[in-house]
Design a binder for this molecule. Structure first.
Ligand code: XUL
Length: 499
């Protein structure tokens, strides 16, 4: 029996998952770490942590799987996107990685828009310049740490630093590459125009690969350190969102995945590069060769429910909390919740957006508030759907939901009713690491394509059809959409008053 390993270098841990040729999970292990916030808005991590955690989790996952290292014939990589890793001419890390959730680069984002022009930048890269992305981070190093900038010889992403440690090769998968916003999205490769316009050095950027291509093989040194065999191929893999979409089977146009974790991600696979002209949706390459995807990111999805529970009913389980909302009628008798507890990304890229309950009357009970939170988050997800339809994604045939939030059947029904589409749950729960392992297995020839790998290994476990509540939700959604535009000025002015 042959086995494949998927490795996910996330912000809080590195997870390794071992699967067999049928896609069955044999062993999973993760090793945790933290990130540093030395100054407000900063978020950094030392790349060494990832390598150390990879060694631990790979060894442990192999021993849990009960296999011999010689049975592992391919590795797929995934991980947090957008983080900047810079190396000098000897391949040494120059400074800690600046992560995806770092917010220090507002000035550099404005510079990029000014130098290239926002519409042109979006036309080429598919995206607006946002603080989370990689390109503005490089400009920040140039302006604030010129001595570090002068030493740069290689620019990598977190997962690709691990690739370098495993194989000695400098390479990036195209899903991750597009997240640097230095890519020509349609060409699926570095944009020489953007890199030149920003006065960066083209030579720093590694070769790019599709998710199923071999990017290098495990070196003797890495094999000894990690407990694997020298020469095992390491496949492209993908950024965590694209790999997670492979892990849930969102690999064909018309299939959308929603991940309802702290944040809420709406991910649509596309056969061509769709672009939202204002850059309100992210548009990146998919980890599926020759495909792309659109993505909407809500910052507080299940995070809103957690905040609500922790703040008002700490001793309640999520089940108890949500069950109370079952008997409240759709629309919560006019109580609406705006879910912008931590600002927002899609559809309003505004760190100063704020949450709110609107329409409270004396009749409203705690249970109404709970239901309003569930509905408000679903309306937020619907916003991403609407943007996707506006840019030309004609038909959404199926929505695959994953993440802690969808364990609640009431919330699943509310989402189906508000999106007015059938939603399904799937058998795979290991997300991005599983997707990376499937990409490796496909690259090794076990499956003919990523689509076939998903069809063979991921099963639908439950379907929820939209119900009659959709009629009232359609009307309330039209009102929900007016809330942020009406209140935006207030949020900004209050922030000015208090800072
Ligand atoms: C994607 C994104 C996050 C990070 C961290 O655009 O910012 O998903 O990849 O996981």
């Amino acid at each position: 029996m042959s086995a494949f390993i998927g490795i996910d270098t996330s912000t809080t841990s590195t997870k390794a998952i071992v699967i067999n040729e049928d896609g069955e999970i044999l062993g999973v292990s993760s090793s945790e770490y933290t990130f540093e916030t030395p100054f407000p808005l900063w978020s950094e991590q030392k790349p060494d942590l990832w390598w150390h955690a990879t060694k631990e989790s790979v060894q442990d996952s192999i021993s849990k799987a009960g296999i011999q290292p010689s049975q592992v014939i391919g590795i797929g990589l995934t991980g947090q996107m957008h983080g900047l890793v810079i190396l000098d001419e000897k391949g040494k890390v120059i400074r800690p990685s600046i992560l995806w959730n770092d917010q220090r680069t507002q000035k550099q984002c404005e510079e990029i828009r000014r130098v290239i022009g926002k519409p042109e930048f979006i036309r080429i890269t598919g995206n607006d310049a946002l603080t989370g992305f990689t390109a503005p981070k490089i400009l920040w190093v140039k302006e604030e740490e010129p001595e570090n900038y002068a030493r740069i010889k290689h620019v990598l992403l977190p997962k690709d630093y691990l690739r370098y440690k495993l194989t000695g090769e400098f390479a990036v998968d195209r899903a991750g590459g597009a997240g640097t916003v230095l890519f020509d999205l349609a060409q699926r490769d570095w944009s020489q125009d953007v890199i030149r316009a920003l006065d960066l050095n083209l030579e720093w950027f590694p070769l790019t690969f599709e998710g199923t291509q071999v990017t290098g093989t495990i070196t003797k040194k890495a094999a000894e350190e990690i407990g694997l065999i020298e020469g095992i191929p390491v496949f492209g893999g993908g950024g965590d969102q694209a790999a997670a979409a492979v892990g849930t089977g969102a690999v064909e146009e018309g299939i959308v995945s929603i991940s309802l974790g702290t944040s809420g991600v709406v991910f649509a696979a596309t056969n061509s590069p769709f672009i939202e002209p204002e850059g309100r949706l992210h548009a990146f390459c998919h980890a599926v060769p020759g495909k792309w995807h659109l993505m909407g990111v809500m910052l507080s999805a299940a995070g809103s429910l957690r905040w609500f529970r922790d703040t008002f009913k700490k001793d309640f389980s999520f089940d108890e909390l949500v069950t109370g909302a079952r008997d409240i009628s759709p629309g919560s008798e006019g109580l609406l919740f705006m879910p912008y507890l931590t600002g927002e990304r899609t559809p309003y890229p505004d760190p100063l957006a704020r949450a709110g309950f609107i329409g409270i009357t004396i009749r409203h009970t705690f249970e109404h508030f709970t239901r309003a939170v569930l509905e408000g988050v679903a309306f937020g997800l619907r916003d991403s759907f609407e943007l996707m339809k506006n840019v030309g994604l004609k038909e959404i045939t199926q929505v695959r939901v994953t993440g802690g939030g969808v364990k609640s059947s009431i919330w699943r029904q509310i989402i189906a009713d508000i999106l007015n589409v059938e939603i399904v749950t799937v058998s795979s729960e290991e997300g991005a690491a599983f997707g990376a392992a499937l990409l490796a297995a496909t690259g090794a020839g076990v499956f003919n394509s990523v689509e076939q790998a998903c069809q063979s290994t991921i099963k639908i476990t439950e379907n929820v059809a939209p119900g009659p509540a959709n009629t009232v939700y359609e009307k309330i959604y039209s009102e929900y959409r007016t809330l942020y535009p009406s209140l935006k000025g207030t949020f900004h002015r209050i922030s000015d008053i208090l800072t």
